[in-house]
Design a protein around this ligand. Structure first.
Ligand code: UDP
Length: 459
């Protein structure tokens, strides 16, 4: 039966780095609304790797049975664009094609719409939503520093004639120390379609009623303050918006079962996000060498190359016998696990046996790690990750520095990785060793300021 309670509509980008945190943020509005609001999620049918699809399917199944008033709406499939070069460019065209479907879905909902929250990749949907006179919020699943750069980009584009990646020196970003140009997010380094899209989003985000950003107040106060001082829409930090990690104890995942048998805070995790983990052979042997020499226990999520001709950028499962140096698995079998496919990262990071994390610095991985008090060694690869690493090491001072050669495909020498892994334990000892890995005491942001804003516009 149709409910008259207003609904908040989420329009996520259906990828692991964007969807779960927006979904979690949306739930925070419901958690305390006492049935006064429902949540409606509009899904675009992205063609994704089977593992990722099953994660999304799990999320829908879990939430459908959660007792919360959440409705899932699958938008009609669109013809995939065939003439878009680059992943971001393809995604932007793909999203743009959904505008009429989003408008039709919003018009057809049985509940009145209190607000629409779109992923920041989806600003091309603004016009369709505003034709219905609905308030639009933007969701940014990254740091406030990345948001500050995106908002700054339209002006920067006019100030700098050439490619930002060729600039000598640093870029001024509100609230940040000077940011070396070489550390800017990948799409901003060279002017091209992906760069142009980011400039476009930077302009259009300004049209939103508010911006919800997946960061934590205490983590980036100067950046949040600087954005608030500008002319941007009100910013609502919502992080960390991490989905729950309740693993079934009767049948734990093999990675979790392996961790159960390791001493507390003894294992270094190496995991590189949804698109990473696949390395050329020389890099694989440097990592193996570093792990052998460090003497630490390890859980290494190693992936195979992206399948030839695949449209999506996701790695395949690794053939570890083929990829790893001869004898490595045998020599390390008592203290290491090499996992060749998608791993339950949230459950792994939350596990007491994990004492350090070599991460690509995807923003979700950063927040997951910080939330559980696991020291980080950043090994950024692309997108926003180099800037995240800079922020963690040089601004916040919460991560161990590691020398990553961006010009050589982000190569890290074995000796450098070994040093960083050892430093993780030194950092952990300084913070109280095993006692340093306490479960979080702080409550995540409840979303109250954003909830109040939605209520105000709704009334
Ligand atoms: N993740 C996972 N298993 C994997 C790799 C990644 O569960 O094998 C999760 C990870 O916990 C995080 C998300 O996928 O929540 C990746 O987001 P992040 O922002 O860290 O990186 P991205 O994939 O966007 O580069």
């Amino acid at each position: 039966m149709a409910s008259a309670a207003p609904t908040i509509v989420l329009v996520p980008l259906c990828v692991p780095g964007h969807l779960p945190s927006l979904f979690e943020a949306g739930k925070r509005l419901l958690g305390t609304s006492g049935g006064a609001m429902s949540l409606t999620v509009l899904f675009m049918q992205m063609t994704m790797e089977a593992n990722l699809m099953s994660d999304v399917a799990d999320l829908i199944r879990r939430e459908a049975g959660s007792g919360l008033d959440i409705r899932f709406h699958h938008l009609p499939a669109v013809e995939l664009p065939t003439d878009s070069h680059g992943t971001e460019n393809f995604i932007m065209h793909f999203i743009q094609l959904h505008a009429p479907h989003v408008k039709a879905a919003l018009s057809g909902l049985a509940s009145p719409v209190a607000a629409v929250v779109v992923d920041y990749f989806c600003t091309t949907l603004f016009d369709a939503i505003r034709e219905l006179a609905l308030p639009v919020y933007v969701y940014v699943p990254c740091s406030a520093a990345i948001l500050a750069i995106i908002l700054r980009l339209p002006a920067l584009d006019e100030e700098v004639a050439g490619d930002l990646g060729d600039m000598e020196g640093a870029v001024e970003v509100p609230g940040m120390p000077p940011v070396p140009a070489a550390l800017l997010p990948t799409p901003l380094l060279k002017k091209g379609p992906n760069y142009a899209w980011t400039v476009y989003h930077g302009r259009r985000i300004m049209e939103a009623v508010g911006i919800i950003v997946h960061t934590v107040d205490e983590l980036e106060p100067p950046v949040l303050a600087a954005i608030a001082d500008g002319r941007s829409p009100t910013v609502y930090p919502i992080g960390p918006a991490l989905s729950s990690v309740k693993a079934p104890r009767e049948q734990p995942h093999r990675c979790v079962a392996w961790l159960d048998a390791q001493p507390p805070a003894s294992v270094v995790l190496l995991c590189f996000g949804s698109m990473g983990g696949s390395f050329p052979a020389p890099q694989v042997s440097e990592i193996a060498d570093a792990l052998e020499r460090s003497g630490h226990r390890f859980l290494w999520v190693l992936r195979g190359p992206v399948p030839a001709g695949a449209r999506s950028p996701y790695p395949s499962d690794a053939n570890v016998d083929e990829l790893l140096p001869e004898g490595f698995l045998e020599r390390t079998k008592d203290r290491g696990l090499v996992w060749p496919t998608w791993a339950p990262q949230k459950a792994i990071i939350a596990h007491a046996a994990v004492g350090g994390f070599v991460t690509h610095c995807g923003w979700n991985s950063v927040l997951e790690s910080m939330w559980h008090g696991v020291p980080l060694a950043p090994w950024p690869q692309h997108a926003d990750q180099h800037l995240n690493a800079f922020q963690l090491v040089s601004v916040a001072g919460v991560a161990v520095a590691m020398e990553v050669d961006r010009k050589r495909g982000n190569f890290v020498e074995a000796a450098e990785l070994e040093r960083a892994v050892r430093s993780l334990w030194a950092a952990s000892r300084r913070r109280g060793g095993r006692r340093g890995r306490r479960p979080p005491r702080r409550r995540p942001c409840s979303g109250a300021p954003w909830r109040r804003a939605v209520r105000r516009t709704w009334r």
